[in-house]
Design a protein around this ligand. Structure first.
Ligand SMILES: Nc1ncnc2c1ncn2[C@@H]1O[C@H](COP(=O)(O)OP(=O)(O)OP(=O)(O)O)[C@@H](O)[C@H]1O
Length: 259
């Protein structure tokens, strides 16, 4: 990892300041469980934002609010210029079609080959593509994750790292404007995790997408993030570059780095 350069762009230094995603004072509770207590943050176009936090800190709930799978109780969430808290299901689907998700386990359909998994995603993205265009898109996405030769394999034939890559190819095939990575390195050995980190970095350059990366893996945060927000008890406990967070003097944040 020593040879891998850190991403060092801070918000103010980013070449494009236009926020693509904006949370303004967002609250969400489940009964007495106040999960989000007024969080505000934005993600600029082309930026990789890390949401760092311990288990149960509300990272997934924040992302679910972003895509309208969970309704925020209060606050504003703007995605690509639209306040998603005010959209109906059809309008939300328009937004979701521009978002690629990498789920923790890859979330592939086990009864379909890799090719069929990717084709299925394209078909459900409402694109009127010819068979040749679908084939080209599948090959391009697989090539970009380094797995073009796995095209006719079944998910059961793939290792955990390969499943992640295919999951990523499936997220990329729709040419997403936003990519959401849910714990991209969880459950992987150090070498495979490093390969996924490299991939996230190369995708940032190739696709110029805006990404949110949910993680509690500090190495992943360090090498894939332009900026980090740290969630604790439903509030943003800290925000800044990896170095800013690492040098934060708050005891709780320090303990995060000492574990
Ligand atoms: N649909 C739901 N109904 C009730 N409680 C929920 C629901 N979804 C999430 N929660 C609660 O919200 C809190 C935050 O959950 P969330 O999944 O966002 O955590 P997380 O930070 O993503 O954790 P992890 O790293 O373990 O995935 C938890 O206490 C969880 O039990």
């Amino acid at each position: 990892m020593e040879t891998m350069a850190k991403n060092t762009l801070k918000t103010g230094e980013h070449p494009n300041h236009q926020p693509l995603i904006m949370f303004k004072e967002v609250y969400k509770s489940f009964g007495a469980n106040n999960v989000l207590n007024g969080i505000s943050f934005s993600v600029n176009k082309g930026e990789n934002l890390i949401i760092l936090g311990r288990s149960g800190s509300g990272k997934s709930v924040a992302v679910k609010c972003l895509v309208g799978l969970t309704k925020a109780d209060k606050g504003e969430i703007t995605v690509m210029g639209k306040d998603v808290t005010k959209l109906n299901e059809q309008e939300l689907n328009q937004i979701r079609m521009k978002i690629g998700f990498l789920f923790q386990n890859g979330a592939l359909y086990d009864s379909m080959t890799v090719r069929q998994n990717l084709a299925f995603t394209l078909e459900h993205n409402n694109r009127n593509l010819s068979k040749a265009e679908v084939d080209t898109a599948i090959l391009e996405a697989l090539t970009n994750v380094g797995l073009a030769d796995a095209i006719d394999k079944m998910p059961s034939e793939l290792s955990g790292g390969m499943r992640k890559r295919i999951g990523l190819a499936r997220a990329l095939i729709i040419k997403p404007e936003i990519i959401i990575y849910d714990e991209p390195t969880a459950g992987l050995d150090a070498i495979t995790a490093r390969e996924i980190i490299e991939l996230i970095r190369s995708i940032k350059v190739k696709y110029n997408a805006t990404s949110i990366i949910i993680t509690h893996d500090l190495t992943c945060a360090k090498y894939t993030g332009d900026r980090i927000i740290v969630l604790k008890d439903g509030i943003i406990k800290a925000e800044g570059s990896y170095d800013d967070i690492e040098n934060n003097t708050d005891e709780w944040i320090k303990s995060f780095f000492q574990k």
